[in-house]
Design a protein around this ligand. Structure first.
Ligand SMILES: C[S@@+](CC[C@H](N)C(=O)[O-])C[C@H]1O[C@@H](n2cnc3c(N)ncnc32)[C@H](O)[C@@H]1O
Length: 373
């Protein structure tokens, strides 16, 4: 029997407010702040503007996906052409990945919505333009966030220019929020004993760092934010392995840690000692955004998959839905099994993956599904 306990493979990024913002206010912000021509700044963003920004977006896309040179990568947000590119294309792309993850695991966000009077404090590490916070706030709104709930956002980033963009964008999007900007490298960020967080978000940061600041994340895990700690990274092996290693170290410190996702157990990750494969996901999607779709089509093709790896550490209070008990995580799409001539998938088990032959009712199983084999 296959169970789809979450929204796996509902092929739609559903959040009208986010999609509208990506198509209107965000491109207008980029045009107003990054246009080389004073006269252009005041006119609405149009096709000519999209074409104008495309070549830098192509360049940045290549740098981020192909070039593994850390020092070159670290400097990219100092250049206005790459900041505008990040804002216009990568912010939406990464925000959609966060949104998808939130929508897969809405149960983990419930504690943030339960008490409308209680402040929601988001800690966004390596925030860039506040991508993850924006996706979270608009998703909380879609799920009934009370407009009077006090909101505090702490953004930590070592790039001052992108924090300036984050500031301008958030001021407009969530005018009543109290926003703290911490301009420092994450290695030097020291949460105080009295600091409490409702949720910690870490987006596409570890991939840009040589060494994971494990102590910081262990300290944050001890603070036990009600919404947990969500790490979201590219689907590539190096980034996914950082999450696997981090998971292992945090588990060594606290065997009781649970995960919102993707892991369904708290024992050793089957990929920990396996250098051939790594934990990552591709979710089919349909994204109804004019500018995002146009840009992605120019870059290669219209985005129909969101690819990433993630690790969401749960709060100690997190209660798994009854429906998710006894489920197993599918780690691959169906592949040919030479011996049996059947299709097979790898299933996540402690320490080792399990090869599982699919029967005729299970042929639709895909990477990322939670199933009862
Ligand atoms: C790829 S961007 C991700 C931005 C945002 N979190 C997102 O998901 O779209 C990486 C961000 O991490 C920041 N960053 C990289 N290394 C950092 C470090 N050591 N300390 C603080 N921020 C860092 C960069 O300045 C950049 O804003």
């Amino acid at each position: 029997m296959t169970i789809r306990p979450m929204n796996q493979f509902i092929p739609l990024v559903q959040n009208k407010a986010l999609l509208d913002w990506v198509d209107t206010e965000l491109p207008q912000y980029v045009k107003t702040h990054y246009s080389p021509n004073q006269k252009w700044k005041k006119t609405p963003f149009d096709q000519k503007d999209a074409s104008f920004y495309l070549s830098a977006i192509e360049e940045l896309s290549e740098l981020l996906t192909l070039d593994r040179n850390f020092s070159k990568k670290q400097a990219y947000l100092n250049l206005p052409k790459f900041r505008s590119s990040y804002l216009l294309y990568f912010l939406p792309l990464q925000a959609f990945k966060f949104l998808y993850t939130f929508q897969m695991h809405l149960e983990a966000l419930k504690p943030l919505l339960e008490n409308p009077k209680k402040e929601i404090h988001i800690l966004d590490c390596g925030s860039g333009p506040a991508t993850a916070s924006i996706a979270l706030l608009l998703e909380l709104k879609r799920n009934g966030l009370n407009p009077n709930t006090p909101i505090r956002i702490t953004l930590v980033d070592d790039n001052q220019a992108i924090l300036k963009d984050a500031k301008a964008i958030l001021k407009k999007l969530v005018p009543h929020a109290y926003i703290q900007y911490v301009h420092c490298s994450i290695e030097r960020f020291k949460p105080q004993a009295e600091d409490t967080y409702s949720i910690v978000l870490v987006g596409h940061l570890l991939n840009e760092m040589k060494k994971t600041p494990i102590q910081l994340f262990a300290q944050l895990a001890q603070k036990d934010p009600a919404g947990g700690i969500l790490f979201l990274e590219p689907a590539i092996d190096t980034a996914s392995r950082k999450l696997i290693e981090l998971r292992e170290i945090l588990l060594e410190e606290n065997k009781k840690i649970q995960f919102v996702g993707p892991c369904l157990h708290s024992e050793r990750c089957p990929f920990f000692n396996d250098n051939k494969d790594w934990c990552h996901f591709s979710f089919p999607v349909q994204i109804e955004s004019k500018w995002f779709n146009w840009l992605s089509k120019q870059l290669s093709e219209k985005k129909s998959w969101l690819k990433f790896s993630y690790l969401w550490i749960a709060s100690a209070q997190f209660k798994k839905a009854n429906s998710s008990k006894n489920l197993k995580l599918v780690l691959t799409d169906p592949m040919d099994d030479m011996k049996s001539k059947q299709k097979a998938v790898l299933i996540c088990e402690p320490n080792k993956t399990r090869r599982y032959l699919l029967n005729s009712n299970e042929k639709h199983w895909l990477r990322g599904m939670r199933v009862k084999p």
